[in-house]
Design a protein around this ligand. Structure first.
Ligand code: NOJ
Ligand code: MG
Length: 577
């Protein structure tokens, strides 16, 4: 019998429980509601669809899911343009559907985390419409500016050179108000003014409203953009310096300038701490479990570390770590993996958890970033590192990007581009309907239309087929999620090293528990490895799980002195005492 099994029985008998909070041992899943499951046949995913599939998530072993925005929206940016922060988007259902979702999630044991989009609203929001009209309450809810008169032409122009994430000027002229407003994303997403205390208070009300409905926390969108430089310190918002990057020659592109006045202003960190205070206070006042915050920020490493807290005040429980999205790719060497992983582990403040985000609705899928042959290997990496794993829906099946032509593209980020460049900008390929089964439309909808096309692969790659197959990406994933609950994975130490350019090995060990060894061969060539040289592991080990194309099957016993790592194969082993 393995040591952990003995300990589990002993603790059950002695009544020793671990005092960790739900979120500390959480395994997180992102649902893109529009594409997850359509319950009413209109080709668009919805809340009842999510409710229907909660048990499926529970069966995989997930404990919490964050949903991309479900609020009333004209859907210019597919829900990230919110017209009413207090209402459910009609295509997704009603408030009653939402309440049923929460109630069912409770029964099943899945926490629901909502997407909080504080930086901007939709231009159809009542707040914005009133702001346009100069309503005294809403007048300063957004960033308005007269612009400047071009001395040569005499024409009015935007105040400065600020560029939107989705290309072109971040300023849009409004005829009614006769001023420009700022939008760091689509034109239809005016930026809220965080230097107005009424806005800060309003957005706190939004949080309280959904906390009151029983949500377990929030994923917070677009953190770096919250504040712009303080206009009171300048007469005019200053131009941003050029980045002079030869790979970014187009002045309409966001990368053309350095965003020193529109991103990462020092006030941002305090705002995160205030939101943390709010969720903690809610917990104190209303009981139940702690509510959790996850923050989305593509920003400097130093900033992300500050989001955790400053030693006095707490911040984000899970400041998203996008290393596997932004810094590690197909070509990365084993040493680069080690560097990034160790950097995060070593820089974290005391008492917090690491986290690793593998994918999301803004990036191409794992299969296309790392290669289809590495899907299991990368999922193994995600689920065996210390801290929290965040999986984007479909990665557990190894879903692949779906090619979407220029004509069919709907993502505003890509539509603002041109036929030649749109694909690299398009987020549509990773947003196609979830592949449930081999029936028509992949079991996503009963209708004959879907808002984005269903992948051609659905007949051979779908959840049902993977559940029935003797081995599959999903089954490997399930094994990983289960083993991740072992003490050595939960709180054990990480010992990691690169053996050469291709091979990454590490162990996870909590004193007194089993030792797990993970071998990831990122290269094509088979390697024979003496694991006893690197780890204090006995002569034999048992295979917990290994990539689909591995020669090993779960439960195999192997000699640790001559472990054979095939190319692109990842393996989890446990030492046999
Ligand atoms: C980040 C979201 O993930 C993305 O989908 C959205 O377009 C921007 N923020 C703007 O809200
Ligand atoms: Mg629907």
């Amino acid at each position: 019998m393995r040591l952990t099994a003995v300990i589990a029985i002993l603790s059950a008998v002695l009544g020793i429980g671990s005092a960790t909070q739900w979120w500390e041992s959480g395994n997180y899943y992102q649902i893109y509601p529009r594409s997850f499951r359509d319950s009413d046949g209109d080709g668009i995913g919805d809340l009842n669809g999510v409710t229907e599939k909660l048990q499926y998530l529970k069966d995989i072993g997930f404990t919490a899911t964050w949903l991309s925005p479900i609020f009333k929206s004209p859907m210019v940016d597919f829900g990230y343009d919110i017209a009413d922060f207090y209402q459910i988007h009609p295509e997704y259902g009603t408030m009653e559907d939402f309440e049923r979702l929460i109630a069912h999630a409770k029964e099943v044991g899945i926490r629901i985390i909502l997407d909080f989009v504080p930086n901007h609203s939709s231009d159809q929001s009542e707040w914005f419409l009133k702001s346009v009209d100069g309503d005294p309450v809403y007048k300063d809810y957004y960033i308005w500016h007269d612009g400047k008169i071009n001395e040569e032409t005499g024409e009015r122009e935007p105040p400065n050179n600020w560029v939107s994430e989705f290309r072109y000027s971040a300023w849009e002229w409004n005829e009614v108000r006769q001023q420009y407003y700022l939008h760091q994303f689509a034109t239809a997403q005016p930026d809220l003014n965080y230097r107005n205390p009424a806005v800060v208070a309003e957005m706190k009300n939004v949080l309280k409203f959904w906390l009151g409905k029983g949500v377990a926390g929030f994923r917070i969108d677009a953190i770096p953009y919250l504040f712009e430089v303080d206009l009171d310190r300048y007469n005019q918002y200053p131009d941003e310096p050029l980045s002079n990057d030869p790979s970014c020659p187009d002045p309409d592109d966001h990368c053309y300038t350095q965003h020193i006045y529109t991103q990462d202003q020092p006030e941002t960190v305090d705002m995160i701490y205030q939101w943390r205070e709010l969720v903690d206070e809610f917990h104190q006042q209303h009981g139940g479990d702690p509510r959790v915050l996850m923050t989305e920020a593509y920003t400097s490493f130093e900033n992300i570390m500050k989001f955790y807290g400053d030693g006095i005040r707490n911040g984000s429980h899970i400041p998203f770590n996008f290393d596997f999205l932004s810094n590690i790719n197909n070509a990365s060497k084993a040493t680069e993996y080690v560097e990034h992983i160790e950097k995060w582990m070593n820089a974290m403040p005391k008492g917090v958890y690491a986290n690793w985000v593998l994918g999301n609705h803004d990036n191409k899928r794992v299969a296309s970033r790392f290669g289809v042959q590495r899907i299991d290997l990368i999922n193994i990496l995600l689920q065996t590192l210390p801290g929290h794993a965040v999986t984007y829906n479909g990665e557990e099946l190894g879903m692949t990007d779906v090619y979407i032509s220029w004509e069919d593209t709907v993502d505003p980020s890509a539509c603002n581009s041109d036929p030649e460049h749109y694909y690299e900008r398009s987020r549509d390929p990773a947003r196609t309907p979830y592949q449930w089964d081999a029936s028509s439309m992949a079991g996503f909808t009963s209708g004959d239309y879907t808002w984005l096309p269903v992948s051609d692969e659905y007949k051979t790659n779908n959840a049902l087929q993977q559940l029935r197959a003797p081995q599959s990406h999903l089954k490997i994933f399930k094994t990983l999620v289960r083993v991740r609950q072992e003490p050595s994975f939960r709180t054990g130490e990480l010992k990691i090293q690169a053996l050469d350019d291709d091979v990454l090995v590490y162990s996870r060990l909590k004193q007194g528990s089993d030792i797990y060894v993970i071998v990831l061969n990122l290269g094509e060539t088979e390697k024979n490895i003496d694991l006893t040289k690197y780890f204090n592991v006995g002569a034999e080990a048992e295979i917990i799980t290994s990539s689909l194309q591995s020669q090993y099957i779960n439960g195999d016993t192997v000699k640790t002195s001559s472990f054979v790592a095939k190319g692109n194969v990842g393996t989890v082993l446990v030492g046999i005492n």
